[in-house]
Write a protein that binds this ligand. Structure first.
Ligand code: FES
Length: 129
């Protein structure tokens, strides 16, 4: 658990700025090989009209997606590489990669947008805000 600095919104991640054509309605098509993933593998993407999502490149080179905001009070979650789960720095909720709550106070799962690889593109079907 962190100090009050975390209560300003949770974890911070480098942001991937969507280029023209990468969002069509509620679908994102991301050219993952051109995306600069940081050492923890997590980039924040801010689509228009839909909640922010986190895209994580795993050590195996696959991609995982999660809604960025904790279902407790809305802080941005971070990837905990040791425990292999999404972890909220605000009040300690933890979520499995499939969004299941591992530890409260959050009681609702972290929404995981549907996603798949199509060629070199990670296709994410967003939920509307
Ligand atoms: S906002 Fe995430 S645990 Fe409270």
């Amino acid at each position: 658990m962190g100090g009050c600095a975390f209560l300003k919104g949770g974890a911070s991640h480098p942001q991937y700025a969507l280029a023209a054509g990468q969002q069509q309605d509620a679908t994102l098509r991301l050219p993952v090989s051109q995306m600069a993933f940081p050492p923890d593998g997590v980039l924040l993407v801010e689509p228009s009209g839909s909640p922010k999502v986190l895209v994580r490149k795993t050590l195996e080179g696959t991609y995982e997606v999660a809604t960025a905001k904790c279902t407790h009070w809305g802080c941005i979650v971070a990837w905990d590489a040791d425990k292999k789960c999404w972890s909220c720095p605000c009040h300690g909720s933890r979520f499995a990669p499939d969004g299941k709550v591992l530890e409260g106070p959050a009681s609702d799962p972290l929404p995981i947008p549907q996603h798949r690889m199509e060629g070199g593109l990670l296709v994410i079907e967003l939920q509307r805000a």
